[in-house]
Design a protein around this ligand. Structure first.
Ligand code: IMP
Ligand code: MG
Length: 174
């Protein structure tokens, strides 16, 4: 599996430093509160579990599985698969692996109207790819429009378990 990687963009240490910085920021911003972290499955599981170990607050966690409706409509849509967390009156922090076009997070916001507050934390931000206007509160790092794998990021559901984030060799896509 590791032989398929052309370039490493974020090492284990880089990722730990990101989680530490964001965890401290969230700890400060939510002082006296008890936020609910909602991780978007499957990609954000790795980031979320590392992040919250850097958060020094009483908090709770939940997960949400959403799938994109590709279809023919460019406006897009997301569908919730299964369990939907109870967000009523909660201070919700959505934890996502990456924001790309912004479609997923744009649609998701509409489902969180019952929350007391709503913030978004992403590990990576592919800023240049944005098509939907989404406010992101916490960003691990801005990245170029390259397809990444590892640390939760998959290519056809594989490579999520790499301990770093990298770019695949071209021949892997063929
Ligand atoms: P958006 O709705 O276009 O912002 O897309 C976000 C979703 O696309 C993420 O949750 C990822 O699942 C997926 N995604 C975007 N870029 C990458 C990538 O470089 N590697 C793996 N998955 C990606
Ligand atoms: Mg995802």
């Amino acid at each position: 599996m590791k032989n398929d990687i052309k370039e490493i963009l974020f090492t284990k240490e880089d990722l730990n430093a990101i989680c530490d910085r964001l965890g401290k920021e969230i700890t400060k911003d939510y002082a006296g509160k008890q936020p609910l972290f909602i991780g978007l499955l499957n990609g954000a599981v790795f980031f979320m579990t590392d992040l919250i170990r850097h958060v020094d607050l009483k908090c709770s966690i939940d997960f949400l599985k959403v799938s994109s409706y590709e279809g023919t409509h460019s406006t897009g849509n997301v569908r919730v698969d299964g369990h939907f967390p109870d967000v009523k009156g909660k201070d919700v922090i959505i934890v996502e692996d990456i924001i790309d076009t912004g479609k997923t997070l744009y649609e998701l916001k509409n489902l969180m109207k019952e929350a007391n507050s709503y913030k978004v934390c992403v590990l990576l931000d592919k800023k240049e790819a944005r098509q939907f206007d989404v406010h992101v509160d916490y960003v691990g790092s801005v990245v170029p429009k390259k397809f990444v794998v590892g640390y939760g990021f998959d290519y056809n559901e594989v490579y999520r378990n790499l301990p770093y984030i990298g770019v695949l060799k071209e021949e892997v896509y063929m």
